[in-house]
Design a protein around this ligand. Structure first.
Ligand code: SAM
Length: 273
């Protein structure tokens, strides 16, 4: 039987993150935290667990995202279940959550996360603002199943509904719409690399310029927001000016964009007066 240290030293995963990914996969197979790998490096690993780990390494070498292999990704310090029907939540989306939490909204604000996927944005907001009335919607029933699992595991109160963007929401009912929609242009070469190859197309791609969903969301949000309501949108690295332009044309004011950790404008929003 190989020890933990031996199994980790022959992971064969490429890049700077290879060793870390191997550790995450081995922790998953052993059902132990990462600290265990260091405190029990000489511990032999039983053949069943070693074989499960080797199969996962092979799938990872073939490109399968680590989050799909272990079935979860951390977002806003919440362990969220993910699968092939959901986008893997990204750190830049936490910038949108932070902005939403800073808005001058009523204590019992009515807030919706459109295109919720695993439930990431809505559940992060629910964990911080238990008095907000949160709704999370998606066109994908399979994604909503994952959001439902996360909602139940975390014990958070969020209403889930299937909806084509704003279609299921009543006029003048919301104080805030937050959305991380699909925003990659059709044929973008990034779609052929990394995790994007394995994520659902409907979560990523949105028309020739990547802005089809954003145009729809802005159009749908106008009647659904209350006067003074806010719309916050995540978008691509080169779309901030275009999104602010679309928001302005639809009557939004107080337009602004927020940057991600790399200093790139990735979230834009405004207030409907
Ligand atoms: C980029 S993913 C974001 C998922 C999640 N909010 C996150 O940040 O991890 C976009 C989501 O929009 C959903 N979506 C695509 N088209 C939609 C539509 N017409 N109406 C509602 N949701 C849609 C997809 O199913 C996907 O879950």
């Amino acid at each position: 039987m190989n020890s933990i240290r031996e199994l980790l030293s022959h992971h064969g995963l490429p890049g700077d993150s290879g060793r870390l990914e191997a550790e995450v996969l081995l922790c998953h197979c052993l059902d132990k935290p990462r600290s265990y790998l260091y405190s029990h490096g000489e511990q032999p690993v039983c053949p069943e667990q070693a074989s499960a780990y080797e199969s996962m390494l092979a799938e990872r070498r073939a490109g399968q995202p680590v989050a799909y292999l272990v079935g979860q990704r951390e977002f806003w310090s919440l362990a969220l279940a993910v699968n092939e029907h959901t986008l893997i939540p990204r750190p830049e989306t936490e910038t949108l959550v932070m902005w939403a939490l800073e808005l001058p909204l009523p204590t019992n604000a009515a807030v919706a996360d459109w295109g919720t996927g695993s439930g990431a944005i809505a559940l992060a907001l629910a964990s911080e603002r238990p008095h907000w009335q949160l709704a999370a919607s998606d066109a994908s029933a399979a994604a909503l199943d994952v959001a439902d699992l996360n909602r139940r595991r975390l014990g958070l109160t969020v209403r889930l509904l299937q909806s084509d963007w704003g279609a299921a929401f009543a006029a003048g009912s919301l104080d805030l719409v937050a959305s991380n929609p699909p925003y990659v242009a059709e044929g973008d070469p990034h779609l052929e690399a990394g995790d994007l190859l394995f994520e659902p197309n409907a979560a990523l791609v949105s028309g020739r310029d990547g802005l089809d969903a954003i145009r729809r969301i802005i159009e749908d949000a106008v009647p659904v927001l209350k006067p003074g309501g806010w719309l916050l949108l995540e978008h691509g690295y080169d779309q901030a000016a275009a999104v602010r332009g679309l928001l302005q044309a639809a009557g939004f004011s107080q337009l602004a964009s927020r940057t991600d950790l790399a200093g790139i404008e990735r979230i834009s929003g405004g207030c409907l007066v």
